[in-house]
Design a protein around this ligand. Structure first.
Ligand SMILES: [Zn+2]
Length: 47
C-alpha cells in the first residue's frame, strides 16, 4: 500500500503523519477578511 503524502491543496510533500498547514493559513486569512468586511459594514451604517 503506497502512502501518498502530498497535500491535495498546495501540493507540498509531507512526512507520514504530517499535516500541511496551508489550509489553516487560508482559514486565518479568511477570518481577517471577514473582520474587515464587518468593520466596513459598521462604517456604512454610521454614515
Ligand atoms: Zn498544503
Amino acid at each position: 500500500m503506497a502512502y501518498c503524502n502530498k497535500c491535495p491543496y498546495c501540493g507540498a510533500n509531507l512526512d507520514p503523519g504530517e499535516h500541511c498547514n496551508c489550509k489553516e493559513e487560508a482559514a486565518e486569512e479568511q477570518s481577517s477578511v471577514v473582520k474587515i468586511e464587518y468593520q466596513f459594514q459598521e462604517k456604512q451604517n454610521v454614515g
